[in-house]
Design a protein around this ligand. Structure first.
Ligand SMILES: Nc1ncnc2c1ncn2[C@@H]1O[C@H](COP(=O)(O)OP(=O)(O)O)[C@@H](O)[C@H]1O
Ligand SMILES: [Mg+2]
Length: 242
């Protein structure tokens, strides 16, 4: 694998859904590249296709046409089993709703993906504690979801997503249910993750303030990438990569 190879690449990605007897275009010709350890925001109005794009990048959904290439592997060519394996090994998901297992404490929630992994984690408990500590939760290891604030639950969810050491962390509106203070702590945690693990992080967010803190913003409107060059009024290319 070459050093310069993007960890995430999409080529002319399209997604259409049959709705009311017609094909509704949800995403059109999305071509983008995201490099290792980049932290990228995906912004755009509600319904612009952000979650659909995350689902395609993460292999939760398949495109109508076009390619998703993760770490040099074209996902479109993979069967269901290989796709599941790639998803488990390469990608961590964080959603707006934290989805912790309510009967398990923080450390057990983080251990769960390690227990289901093909990879052997002989020190799963210690590793879970280490990730939670990295995210500032060293005093919350034995707490269950009811004993945790929203921001703490989301940081446990981030720790769980990192359990199998994914190359990519996909976060869909991770602070959508959080107040300002918790949002700040979760965002700081994401920066710590990037700093300490070189994980590539993609964050869908409504918050322009949050997006502005990332390395780069990709804006979607009506299923298309808005070209910043177009906004600057410097020409109208037919296609472009970001
Ligand atoms: N399973 C589905 N069935 C019908 N419409 C869908 C489905 N999934 C997404 N859509 C439509 O696709 C568009 C993009 O949705 P989504 O990716 O969730 O947008 P965003 O995350 O930016 O709010 C919306 O118009 C939404 O209504
Ligand atoms: Mg969405």
């Amino acid at each position: 694998m070459s050093v310069s190879q993007p960890v995430i690449q999409t080529r002319n990605l399209c997604k259409a859904l049959p709705i009311g007897g017609e094909q509704l275009q949800i995403l059109e010709n999305i071509s983008l590249q995201i490099e290792r350890s980049e932290m990228v925001a995906i912004v755009g109005p509600s319904g612009s296709g952000k979650s659909t794009l995350m689902g395609l990048i993460g292999g939760l959904d398949s495109p109508t046409s076009g390619d998703v290439i993760i770490d040099g592997v074209n996902v479109s060519g993979l069967g269901e089993r290989a796709l599941t394996r790639l998803r488990n090994e390469k990608i961590g998901f964080v959603f707006q709703t934290f989805n912790l297992v309510p009967t398990l404490n923080a450390i057990e929630n983080v251990m769960l993906p390690m227990q289901f992994s093909r990879r052997q984690w002989p020190n799963a408990r210690a590793r879970a504690a280490e990730i939670l500590t990295m995210l500032g939760l060293e005093d919350r290891l034995e707490h269950t979801h009811k004993q945790l604030s929203g921001g703490e639950q989301q940081r446990v969810a981030i720790a769980r997503a990192l359990a199998n050491e994914p190359a990519i962390l996909l976060c869909d509106e991770p602070t959508g249910n959080l107040d300002k203070i918790s949002t700040g702590l979760v965002v700081a945690a994401l920066f710590d993750v990037r700093e300490q693990t070189n994980t590539t992080i993609v964050v869908v967010t409504h918050s322009l303030e949050l997006a502005a803190q990332m390395d780069r913003q990709i804006e979607l409107v009506d299923g298309r990438i808005v070209d910043p060059k177009l906004l600057a009024g410097s020409g109208t290319p037919d296609s472009f990569s970001v």
